[in-house]
Ligand binder design. Structure first.
Ligand code: COA
Length: 194
């Protein structure tokens, strides 16, 4: 049976890969502590854009989230990926391939950076490597980046990597304060940007 016809849980894929400075890997049991540290340091920057960061999750909540993410990685329903410095093992941020449609081979990349590592190109580097991973290992047909239209730093990651701006979804969702906001949609598709 070809890769495209297999049940997602039967798909083989590496659990980790590298970019020039980063080790990018699936979450593991007990990663919650390093994620909690990084989120604690970054909560002010995360809060406006990440619904789960409205308040600082406890260490136990971080571990629960990591364990759920690991199980989802294993059953291929969602592929969260942690970003670690190759040399020191420090957690730089988190990313992943979400809202997966295996039939259409569509993925959405999400990301956040640990504040002490922002402004150094780590997220751009990680998103580029994850895009290549999805194209190469998962035969992606479409990779999306979606962000709040006011989230300039996030949009710049997509633009810097040559994602195409497809449009603005007006009043698409509520922001963390419950106010309606617009969503910008960027993509790369197979045969054009992939
Ligand atoms: C969105 C977010 C991840 C962007 O972080 P970032 O640090 O700007 O992104 P990068 O790591 O790619 O770094 C890019 C910056 O580093 C600079 N840079 C330095 N070295 C670089 C390199 N080798 N390659 C690319 N950029 C480099 C770039 O010029 C850019 O700075 P500028 O925007 O001032 O021009 C971060 O703002 C964040 O975590 N926000 C909160 C969560 C969030 O909004 N997530 C997205 C939801 S859609």
């Amino acid at each position: 049976m070809g890769f495209l016809e297999r049940e997602p849980i039967m798909l083989d894929m590496p659990e980790s890969f590298e970019s020039s400075r980063l080790l990018i890997r699936a979450p593991r049991w007990n990663d919650g502590a390093i994620v909690h540290e990084a989120v604690k340091e970054s909560i002010r920057e995360l809060r406006p854009w990440m619904p789960w960061a409205k308040r600082l999750p406890t260490p136990e909540e971080a571990e629960i989230s990591i364990r759920r993410s690991r199980l989802q990685f294993l059953d291929r329903s969602d592929l969260r990926l942690l970003l670690l410095m190759k040399d020191t093992g420090e957690l730089v941020g988190s990313s992943g391939l979400h809202r997966i449609d295996w039939q259409a081979r569509k993925f959405e990349i999400g990301y956040w950076v640990r504040t002490s590592y922002s402004g150094q190109g780590y997220i751009t580097e990680a998103v580029d490597a994850i895009t290549a991973f999805a194209a190469r290992e998962l035969q992606a047909g479409r990779i999306e980046i979606r962000c709040d239209s006011r989230n300039v730093r996030s949009a710049k990651v997509a633009e810097r990597l040559g994602f195409s701006l497809e449009g603005v979804l007006r009043n698409d969702r509520c922001d963390v304060d419950g106010i309606l906001r617009d969503t910008i949609v960027f993509s790369k598709i197979r045969g054009i940007e992939l």
